[in-house]
Design a protein around this ligand. Structure first.
Ligand code: SF4
Length: 448
């Protein structure tokens, strides 16, 4: 299989030498000083590629200035313009950024028009040596694909294939593909289907991996490790982003750990040395010796997550020697979270929370922690907290309920895909979200 190596500025993606790690600023790109400062910090912290929100022409101009400031300071980390909807903004961004991230299905509802705009964009990319990420997200597939394949991993794969073919027919191959979902199983299946297609055709493109809206804290890290390792361990994936609803600097050590751990695993074609201590269900036992608790949860998630996700094992038993103090209850909490992240046993609500970016209009991390605190009893529900109304609703595909930033101090409350309350003042929004969920639970129990 021949894989195209993609050049984003000075960084090569897909040359099999290592896994490129990346992150995204959460500052408004128009705030040039704050975005510049954050890019400096992120690049010192190890980001090999940095993405910035680029929703309009003002952001493209700001990106240009930020890039010049960074280069003057001797920082050559490639910058990616994150453009979702506007093909014209994408074209302007392609003259400035090292790489542009688009979801071409959003370019127009009319597929012929979307195609025309995509071809124009690839022309500009060719002229300026700009790479392109075709970012397909579960939950935001075009109507045409959904009609044929549903909002499924197969649909995500088909969508990617269509745009790849279109790029190639215009002699443009500097494309990286992502097929993200906040559901680890959907995400793993979509990438595996695409990799199978690559094998069939003999022509492959670099893959950008990530579990979208993974949330924060320990669970966000476990979920990211499960999804990403289930692909990286088996040779799928060239660049990763761990999306956490935290300071983007926190994403980098997690991403580096997962990338290095899984890359070693796949290079050595390693077998995990566990003992099987039960056959129905299949329970595995493994001993770890780790310096930190964080190293432990990431190692064990990379080892066991893929096996749980693929139903090769059903449960785990851990023996841990760790330089950091931990309690027995920490191990059992980790086991519960790993089983949930691998979509085997749900013991608490499943949260979908975006990492936030320049489009976010409220303190996402604080609100998300408060939503988690107040909904912790709602096991079995999927609850989303999304930073903006532009992309949030499309990207919270599996959510039963959603808290979505609408504008400054205003929030929309969603039930499934439907906004049931709009422009709710921020200080009332969590109460309203809870009220709706509790009314639904009451209605359900009245019917029984
Ligand atoms: S959903 Fe969140 S991360 Fe995505 S564009 Fe909106 S604010 Fe940014």
């Amino acid at each position: 299989m021949r894989k195209t190596v993609v050049k984003a500025g000075s960084v090569l993606i897909g040359d099999n030498s290592h896994i490129v790690i990346q992150t995204m600023c959460n500052t408004p790109t128009q705030d040039i000083d704050a975005s510049f400062e954050q890019c400096v910090k992120l690049s010192i912290a190890g980001a090999e590629i940095i993405r910035l929100t680029t929703q309009g022409y003002k952001e493209v101009e700001a990106l240009k200035v930020i890039k010049e400031m960074l280069r003057k300071k001797g920082i050559h980390t490639p910058l990616v313009a994150d453009v979702h909807f506007s093909p014209d903004v994408a074209k302007a961004a392609a003259m400035v950024a090292d790489k542009v991230r688009i979801n071409p299905g959003n370019f127009s509802k009319d597929h012929t028009l979307a195609t025309k705009r995509f071809v124009e964009l690839t022309d500009i990319c060719k002229q300026h040596g700009t790479a392109l990420r075709i970012g397909i997200n579960h939950g935001s597939l075009g109507d045409r694909i959904i009609e044929k394949h549903g909002d499924t991993p197969a649909g995500m794969k088909e969508s990617a294939i269509e745009w790849i073919k279109m790029a190639l027919s215009n002699n443009f191959d500097q494309i990286v593909i992502s097929l993200k979902s906040s559901n680890t199983l959907v995400m793993a299946q979509a990438y595996r289907l695409l990799q199978d297609e690559f094998k069939k055709t003999g022509l492959a493109f670099p893959l950008h991996l990530g579990v979208t809206e993974a949330g924060n804290g320990e669970y966000g890290r476990i979920k990211s490790a499960v999804g990403i390792a289930s692909l990286l361990n088996y040779g799928i994936g060239d660049t990763i982003r761990v999306s956490l609803t935290e300071d983007p600097e926190n994403e980098l050590p997690v991403a580096r750990f997962i990338a290095d751990y899984s890359f070693e695993f796949r290079k050595n074609k390693a077998e995990i040395p566990f003992d099987i201590i039960g056959s129905n269900p299949v329970v595995c036992r493994l001993s770890y010796k780790c310096k930190t608790w964080s190293d432990f949860i990431l190692s064990a998630s990379c080892d066991f997550g893929p096996l749980l996700l693929d139903k090769k094992i059903d449960d785990i038993e851990i023996q841990l020697v760790c330089d950091e103090k931990y309690e027995k209850s920490d191990i059992s909490r980790f086991r519960d979270e790993l089983l949930q992240a691998s979509r085997r046993v749900f013991s608490k609500p499943e949260y979908i929370a975006c990492p936030g970016c320049g489009r976010t209009t409220f303190n996402l991390e604080t609100v998300f922690n408060e939503v988690k605190r107040r909904t912790a009893h709602l096991t079995g529900y999927n609850i989303a907290v999304m930073g903006c109304i532009v992309n949030g609703p499309g990207e919270m595909a599996d959510a039963d309920y959603g808290y979505v930033g609408e504008s400054r101090n205003k929030v929309s409350i969603y039930k499934g895909r439907v906004p049931v309350f709009r422009a709710v003042p921020e200080n009332e929004a969590i109460d309203i979200l809870l009220k709706i969920i509790e009314e639904d639970i009451q209605n359900k129990s009245d019917k029984i």
